[in-house]
Design a protein around this ligand. Structure first.
Ligand SMILES: [Zn+2]
Length: 399
């Protein structure tokens, strides 16, 4: 078998024939010829006219054993009526790329599994190159139909770096995937999403958000008919915070950890915060002690659990009644944190009940958000958010 035939079979580059193979300090250099005769613009893909000279171009391909593999091809510079003079298109690489599609696909696949630094080291490429490749793959492969016919979306914010840097993410509740992601976390950020949707935004019937953000205004302006739902996960988290505040107040009242009682209160934290079915035997025992020894703390625990029950009613039609009873109890509880929480919840009552009626729960999205947090943690040190956004699309969208 001739060497060129062997390499043709080995590399399987679409549309290319191997003409020569040589070894150099940089690795194995495989010279190929484009099989296609017609001239195609590398930028827009339409047929191009005159040839304006030639240029030798190289792409890094998948390694051959321990050696790097470089594909080399002489390309024509062609005149395109729309783009001007451009290098002609090749089937094995994206326009402007210095790596073949196979190589880029490998990087994208690895990006699902491991940190960027590990990829850079394993494949012996620059750190920024990993980011650039991921961005290119995403632009090429992102599903444009993902924005069509959205019915229910969830909007959330995540911090991606220390120093108050946030991304706004939009999730499609039905497909359970991220459909949009952008830096910032205010009404203007979300407005960009509605601008991008254009008329398609009118298909949206419900939006789930948390109670704190500034998204509400943007939603009401852009899609006034959509129902706003306040996410159960965030409501329960606020109740947990209120419980914790009550515990801390009690702790301060008992001279903090300087007394035995104070120390004991400090140790009750998880028994009070976690729901009983998730507690360990020890935590449950502690909860029993609380019930015996400290009535106020136990009452705070019950207040939180009663609010949590709102989302586990046998008959969701009773939710309004349950919520109103809770509001009355909480506002008369004489716990400052719960009185405040009751006020907040009363203001958002309709949206909280909407979430129950429509069954929208960002809890599942919280899983996605955790994944994003993991991704952003693995990629600390991106200079700009755009490679991170590309990575999020890659791992949490439908690519
Ligand atoms: Zn063109």
């Amino acid at each position: 078998m001739r060497v060129t035939t062997a390499f043709n079979r080995l590399l399987v580059l679409p549309g290319a024939s191997v003409t020569d193979v040589s070894f150099s300090p940089e690795g194995v250099i495989v010279t190929v010829r484009l099989r296609r005769r017609c001239r195609v613009c590398g930028e827009c893909g339409q047929l191009a006219g005159h040839v304006h000279g030639r240029r030798l171009k190289r792409w890094r391909h998948l390694d051959l054993g321990a050696a790097r593999c470089l594909v080399e091809c002489e390309l024509r510079r062609v005149w395109c009526p729309d783009c001007g003079v451009r290098l002609e298109a090749v089937p094995w690489a994206r326009p402007g790329a210095r790596h073949t599609r196979d190589f880029e696909a490998l990087v994208a696949w690895l990006a699902h599994q491991m940190a960027k630094t590990s990829i850079a080291r394993l494949l012996r490429i620059g750190w920024d190159t990993v980011g650039n490749i991921i961005e290119r793959v995403v632009v090429d492969r992102v599903d444009h139909a993902r924005l069509d016919g959205l019915l229910a979306i969830g909007v959330d914010e995540i911090s991606y770096r220390r120093g108050q840097r946030y991304l706004t993410t939009v999730v499609d509740h039905q497909a359970q995937r991220i459909v949009w992601c952008s830096p910032g976390r205010n009404a203007q950020t979300l407005q960009q999403f509605f601008d991008l949707l254009g008329d398609r935004k009118h298909s949206i019937q419900a939006v789930s958000i948390d109670m704190s953000g500034g998204y509400q205004q943007a939603i009401q302006t852009a899609i006034p008919d959509a129902e706003i739902c306040f996410d159960p996960f965030h409501v329960i988290r606020l109740a947990q915070r209120a419980t914790d505040q009550v515990r801390r107040d009690e702790w301060n009242l008992h001279d903090r950890s300087r007394t035995k009682a104070g120390k004991w209160i400090k140790g009750t934290r998880w028994s009070l915060l976690k729901s009983p079915e998730k507690q360990t035997i020890d935590q449950l025992a502690k909860l029993g002690e609380v019930q015996q020894a400290n009535k106020p703390l136990y009452r705070a625990f019950l207040l939180k659990e009663e609010l949590r029950l709102l989302y586990h009613l046998d008959d969701p039609a009773l939710a309004a009644e349950h919520l109103d009873a809770w509001l009355t109890w909480a506002s008369r509880s004489r716990f400052e944190p719960f009185v405040k929480l009751a006020r907040t919840i009363r203001r958002h009552r309709a949206g909280i009940l909407n979430a129950i009626r429509l069954g929208l729960d960002n809890g599942r999205l919280e899983g996605l958000n955790n994944r994003i947090r993991l991704i952003s943690h693995r990629s600390y040190g991106f200079h700009s958010p755009s490679p991170l956004i590309a990575l999020i699309y890659l791992c949490c969208s439908a690519i």
